[in-house]
Write a new protein. Structure first.
Length: 435
């Protein structure tokens, strides 16, 4: 017989508790898994529902959007808005200048080159094409830019744009109206010229004498490297009032400039460098600041480089404008010396006691240091004299005599401080007029 184990009530209770705990754990796990799966399921349904509603809303509202008129663009960027405002303010005063000339007109004809030789007439009637001039025709030969500086139609531009005395000039405004223009004056030193729009008593719609929109001339002495600059002009002679934007990238530059044909060349001193694009045809247009004030006259671009253009400071042009208004011509004072600005090398070479000023010297090809019959000769200036001050203003690399003298007029009496043979002397001079 087999003996059965004795029944133990305590063991039964412990086993029951273990079973209940295990069952509860399994139930909790299944509930958690179910919650996660249901959450994923309902989120998917929600995303799909939102997507469907968005598509439905888009399809329903799309025709309404198409019918709306586009809103006027207003920039939230102060710099960009400043450019837009400056361009709107100045564009009506910027003009295109069209250059026209009477050029020969040729016509193709068949000609017998042997017509006058016996035996070569009929029946041997040789005919070859040949171009024969049939008069002349006024044709466009070039274009440039300019801008209006007075209500009666004075236009500032480059000298090389209007230097052809045999050409005719037409000014085209931003609203496409055209006017004939005549050259009033050419600057003998700077690449600046002034035209006058020919109105012939033109009146506006109210019966008043026609007045043209003008630009505000700024102060080029106050500009700084890095400030914004805007160039406007007739780019490539085809795209009027084209706008390019950049900064003032250099000041006080000296460059040698020439036109595309090589017929016009000169040295430009103390000019502004900018990376605002100045293309062919932009010559004579304004370089303006972000307030819409003119700070320069666009004049040249560097060949073989990108984003290097040059403009004549507007303060130089102001002098020309004032002179033309008063006398219809541009006059420059003339001292009559050839000189080299003194620096450390010049100081050592000529054993000078100063490192500034302008030493009077003959030209590289032996030209006289003192121009005959000039103001300098009449005042007794000599070769090897060093001009230290011009009317109390110190002469230096940063403040050359060419810059200082521009503030004066012919017949002005000025005083020069001269270093001669190691001694400083004062000399009075009455300025002449540059021819």
């Amino acid at each position: 017989m087999y003996d059965l184990p004795k029944f133990n009530e305590g063991n039964l209770k412990q086993n029951s508790i273990k079973v209940l705990k295990g069952t509860a754990l399994i139930v909790v796990i299944f509930i958690a898994i179910g919650f996660v799966i249901s959450n994923i399921f309902w989120n998917s349904i929600k995303d799909y529902t939102n997507y469907f509603l968005q598509q439905f809303q888009y399809e329903v509202s799309q025709p309404v959007i198409v019918e709306q008129k586009p809103e006027k663009y207003v920039s939230d960027i102060p710099y960009e808005q400043a450019i837009i405002n400056a361009v709107k303010k100045t564009s009506p005063s910027v003009v295109s200048i069209v250059i026209s000339k009477n050029l020969p007109v040729y016509e193709e004809q068949l000609v017998n080159p042997f017509g006058d030789i016996p035996g070569f007439g009929s029946p041997f009637n040789f005919q070859i094409p040949q171009y024969v001039q049939k008069g002349t025709k006024l044709q466009e030969v070039g274009a440039g830019s300019g801008f209006i500086v007075s209500e009666d139609g004075l236009v500032l531009t480059n000298k090389h744009v209007v230097s052809d005395a045999a050409a005719e000039y037409t000014v085209i405004l931003n609203d496409h109206t055209k006017y004939k223009a005549k050259v009033l004056a050419l600057d003998p030193v700077q690449d600046i010229a002034i035209l006058k729009i020919v109105t012939d008593g033109l009146v506006d719609s109210s019966g008043q004498v026609k007045k043209f929109p003008t630009l505000v001339l700024g102060d080029s002495n106050g500009i700084e490297i890095g400030q914004g600059a805007i160039a406007i002009g007739n780019a490539l002679g085809q795209f009027s009032n084209s706008v390019s934007v950049g900064i003032v990238s250099g000041l006080g530059r000296t460059v040698s400039a020439s036109d595309q044909g090589g017929s016009f060349s000169e040295t430009l001193e103390n000019i502004i460098q900018t990376d605002a694009a100045i293309n062919s045809g932009n010559s004579g247009g304004p370089l303006i600041n972000l307030k819409g004030e003119v700070i320069g006259v666009n004049t040249a671009m560097a060949q073989g480089a990108q984003s290097i253009g040059f403009a004549i400071p507007i303060n130089i042009a102001k002098r020309d404008i004032n002179q033309v208004i008063k006398s219809n011509k541009i006059m420059y004072p003339f001292l009559g010396v050839r000189y080299v600005l003194v620096d450390e090398q010049v100081q050592k070479k000529y054993n000078l006691s100063v490192d500034y000023g302008a030493i009077i010297l003959p030209g590289e090809k032996g030209e006289a240091a003192i121009i005959k019959d000039s103001s300098a000769e009449k005042a007794g200036l000599k070769a090897k004299d060093v001009i230290l001050e011009f009317n109390g203003e110190k002469i230096s690399k940063d403040n050359p005599m060419t810059k200082i003298i521009q503030d004066y007029n012919p017949e002005d009496k000025i005083n020069l401080k001269i270093l001669r043979d190691g001694k400083e002397i004062m000399v009075d001079v009455i300025l002449g007029q540059r021819s």
